[in-house]
Design a protein around this ligand. Structure first.
Ligand SMILES: NC(=O)c1ccc[n+]([C@@H]2O[C@H](COP(=O)([O-])OP(=O)(O)OC[C@H]3O[C@@H](n4cnc5c(N)ncnc54)[C@H](OP(=O)(O)O)[C@@H]3O)[C@@H](O)[C@H]2O)c1
Length: 242
C-alpha cells in the first residue's frame, strides 16, 4: 500500500511551485487532497478533481469559518508563503507586516483553527527556509518569520504529542519556483545572482520542487513516525558550511 493511501491531506499554496508539485505527488501516493490558495483557477490546474478552498490564510475569520466546515484531516502541508526583501533600514513597515502575516501569522492561524480537525496520530509539515536558520543581509522580515515557523513547529510538536500528532518544519534553500524567478527578474544581474545562489551549497545547484515535495511526503507518512519537532534543512548542504 502506498505511504499516503487514503489519507486526507490539506495543502496550502497548492496553486503553484512547491505546493503544486507536492499536491500532485501526495495524490500519486494515494492521498485525498484539499487544496488551499487564493486563486481557484490555479488550484484547479493543480488537480482538477481535488477539493478546492479559496482562502487567505492570514484572515482569522475566514480561516475560522473554513475550519468549521473542514472534514477531519490526516495531515497538513502548510506551505504558503511569500518573499519580500529589503534591509531593516529601507523596508517599509507595511512590507514587514505583510511578510510576517503571509509567512508566520498564516501557518499559526491554520494550526490554531485546524489543529483540532487533525486526527490523533496525524502529521503536520510547515515550510520554513534555510535563511530562517542562517543570516543573509536584506532578508530580516522573511528570515525572522521563517525562524518563527521553525519554532512554531517545535512548540506544536510538544503541544500535540499527547494526541500523537507529529509536527516538523522543512527549511529549503533556493528552489527554482516563481518566487525565485521574481527575485531574479528584479535583479540587475540575474545570471550572476543565479550562479551565486547555486554556489552557496556544496552540491552547487538549486533544489527542485520534487525534492522538497518528497521530503514533505516522507514526513506526512507513517514511515517517519518517530520524527517530530525537527527542523530539517534541504539545501544541498548549505547548512553544513562554516
Ligand atoms: N522557492 C524557494 O527558493 C524557497 C526557499 C525556501 C522556502 N520557500 C518557501 O516555500 C513555500 C512555497 O514557495 P514557492 O517557492 O513554491 O513559491 P510560490 O510558487 O510563490 O508559492 C507560494 C504560494 O503561497 C500562496 N499564498 C501566498 N499568499 C497566500 C495567502 N495569503 N493565503 C493563502 N495562500 C497564499 C500562493 O498562492 P495564491 O497567490 O494563489 O494565494 C502560492 O501558491 C513558501 O513558504 C516559501 O517561503 C521557498
Amino acid at each position: 500500500m502506498s505511504a499516503l493511501q487514503n489519507r486526507r491531506i490539506l495543502v496550502t499554496g497548492a496553486g503553484s511551485g512547491i505546493g503544486r508539485t507536492a499536491a500532485r505527488l501526495f495524490r500519486d501516493r494515494g492521498a485525498e487532497l484539499i487544496l488551499v490558495g487564493r486563486h481557484l483557477d490555479r488550484l484547479k490546474e493543480t488537480l482538477p478533481d481535488a477539493v478546492h478552498a479559496v482562502l487567505d490564510h492570514t484572515d482569522d475569520a475566514a480561516v475560522a469559518a473554513f475550519a468549521r466546515e473542514c472534514p477531519e484531516l490526516d495531515g497538513m502541508f502548510l506551505n504558503a508563503g511569500g518573499l519580500l526583501l529589503g534591509s531593516v533600514t529601507s523596508m517599509p513597515v507595511a512590507d514587514f507586516d505583510a511578510t510576517l502575516a503571509v509567512n508566520l501569522r498564516g501557518p499559526w492561524l491554520m494550526a490554531h483553527h485546524l489543529g483540532p480537525r487533525v486526527k490523533d496520530g496525524g502529521s503536520v509539515v510547515l515550510v520554513g527556509s534555510n535563511i530562517g536558520i542562517r543570516a543573509i543581509p536584506d532578508s530580516a522580515a522573511y528570515s525572522v518569520a521563517k525562524a518563527g515557523v521553525h519554532m512554531l513547529a517545535k512548540v506544536l510538536a510538544l503541544e500535540w504529542a499527547p494526541r500523537r500528532i507529529r509536527c516538523n518544519a522543512i527549511a529549503p534553500g533556493p528552489v527554482r519556483t516563481a518566487m525565485v524567478d521574481a527575485r531574479l527578474e528584479a535583479s540587475a544581474d540575474p545570471e550572476g545572482d543565479l550562479a551565486r545562489l547555486s554556489a552557496v551549497n556544496p552540491l552547487r545547484r538549486l533544489g527542485t520542487e520534487a525534492e522538497v515535495a518528497a521530503l514533505a511526503a516522507h514526513l506526512l507518512g507513517a514511515e517517519s513516525g518517530w520524527t517530530t519537532g525537527a527542523v530539517i534543512p534541504i539545501d544541498g548542504g548549505a547548512d553544513a558550511v562554516y
